[in-house]
Design a protein. Structure first.
Length: 238
């Protein structure tokens, strides 16, 4: 039996044409979330300025986050995509996302991973974060495809993840970027980042290459292993 909903607007609306990635051809009717949801839903829509908490909820479609809105998830399952443009804050904790995670121009923090490094959440597609303004942390995720971090403007931490394809970190303007203890099936690419305080790559393992170029400052670190070799500014990071 579905549990009672608390603090939500119970209305639903059809959100058409807002899909992205897997399953985007047909968008399911979405429940408008302005509080806490604990049941099962075809899709979730967080309206402008609202805060939505998915507490153990199961979503069979997309979760779409509007301008100035906040999304908080804990122990949830999302079978398609989580996405937003100009959101206020995003915390995706202990949550399996079967599709893409894609956020642009978020003003506050983005945290994707686990609570205290106790479990191992999954992302079935890419984690793609572009042109965001708050700090970013991605911790102990299993990601089927890529981590893409492009043109972000705050601290970035990528720790202890298992990545099925590549980690691409490029064009960021950041106080600090740290990548540690990641296992990457493909390549690590660190290109054209401007870092003010610390740029550290340590104890990462790549099935392909680790290639770094055009970064100001150059990355530092040790213990990195790449089957295809360490190249450019990464050459001394073994």
């Amino acid at each position: 039996m579905k549990r009672m909903l608390t603090g939500i607007a119970a209305t639903t609306l059809a959100i058409a044409g807002m899909g992205m990635g897997a399953g985007s051809a047909t968008a399911a009717p979405a429940t408008v979330c302005t509080g806490t949801l604990t049941g099962s839903y075809p899709a979730i829509f967080v309206p402008v300025g609202a805060t939505c908490t998915l507490d153990g909820a199961k979503v069979s479609g997309n979760v779409t986050v509007s301008e100035g809105a906040t999304l908080m998830t804990k122990d949830a399952t999302i079978r398609l995509n989580v996405k937003g443009n100009e959101a206020a804050k995003v915390n995706i904790i202990d949550t399996d996302v079967w599709g893409q995670i894609h956020f642009r121009r978020t003003t506050g923090e983005i945290i994707i991973g686990n609570d205290g490094c106790k479990v191992d959440p999954n992302a079935g597609g890419n984690i793609n974060l572009q042109n965001n303004f708050g700090p970013i942390a991605i911790c102990q995720m299993t990601i089927k495809n890529n981590i893409i971090l492009h043109n972000n403007h705050h601290r970035i931490g990528v720790f202890d993840n298992r990545v099925g394809n590549n980690i691409q970190v490029y064009g960021n303007d950041s106080p600090a970027i740290r990548l540690r203890d990641n296992v990457v099936r493909g390549n690590l690419a660190l290109f054209s980042n401007t870092v003010k305080i610390a740029f550290v790559a340590k104890n990462n393992t790549m099935g392909g290459k680790a290639n770094c170029s055009g970064n100001v400052i150059a990355p530092t670190g040790n213990g990195n292993v790449a089957s295809g070799g360490l190249a450019g500014q990464c050459a001394s990071l073994g």
